[in-house]
Design a protein around this ligand. Sequence first.
Ligand SMILES: Nc1ncnc2c1ncn2[C@@H]1O[C@H](COP(=O)(O)OP(=O)(O)OP(=O)(O)O)[C@@H](O)[C@H]1O
Length: 312
Amino acid sequence: MIKTVDLTKKYGDAFAIKSIDLDLQPGDLFGFIGPNGAGKTTTMRIIATLLEPTHGEAYVCDHSVHTAPKEIRRLVGYMPDFFGVYDDMTVVEYLEFFAAAYRINGQDRKNRVDEMLEIVDLDFKRDAFANTLSRGQTQRLGLARTLLHDPQVLLLDEPLSGLDPRARIEMRNLLRKLGEMGKTIIVSSHILPELADVCNKVGIIDRGELKQNAEVTEVIRMVREHTVLVVTPNRPDEMQRIIDQLIGHHKVQDCEPGDASVRVVLKPDVDDYSDLPQLLIENGIALRGFTEEELDLESAFMALTKGTSTRM
Ligand SMILES: Nc1ncnc2c1ncn2[C@@H]1O[C@H](COP(=O)(O)OP(=O)(O)OP(=O)(O)O)[C@@H](O)[C@H]1O
């Protein structure tokens, strides 16, 4: 669906992106993660045919950005990180204006606009002036505009940026919904952990170079040397008994007591720990919780990009 090969953009002698290879299939929701200036916008603008690469190739549905930009524009919806809305237009008028630009006319246009308002949950603001919307609502309006021509591919540049926690949750739910509709989506962010639970693939970019490009679960597994369990007894005074039971176990490397739980660090390469809760229960320790500690993308990102300054 989206493929880039050795995609490179230089400004003078400086690389904005350097030899980026991506390969995304229909339905992929790809989190493009990196700090400011890493090259996310540059990559997306090239795929959207808004910027020419210095060398390398980008394809959308096998159309090359060099030879078939018109076909690509029909297939792609690009939402920039900042976009203006017109002061004197209502939400409906704004979407109808852009629908007209896509030559969607008559009743089709009305239906399409209504459908978009429904998807992004902005119907209740349809007659409000666009410049009176909150940041979260404005982002959703931008997304509705991006979806008007029913693109198969969405390139969303930092759609979570500047949103309050509630608006972020709403936007993430919306991304999930679009993924379920079968769109192929690239969504960029520097808010690292936020994409982990919506994306199936993730690329970590730093100073123009793709440091990692894999399934989310794989990226997390690659940087995780030890599985860590969080074991919570029913009664906090039983934490010491948990430690006494587990500390000498052949699968356990270390136990660290916390406020209400014990962090149990397993030895490297131990994946199967199904016997441990059984062991505790057999020894009369009632458990409230026994879960694997999640390694968030932020930790993965830090581990994968550490030391890059000495290599670049
Ligand atoms: N027109 C330009 N002229 C010169 N350098 C540029 C130009 N556009 C981008 N760059 C440089 O290319 C690099 C990548 O920028 P890009 O905007 O792609 O990063 P980004 O990851 O999207 O960052 P942000 O999260 O801040 O938007 C940066 O070092 C930037 O300064």
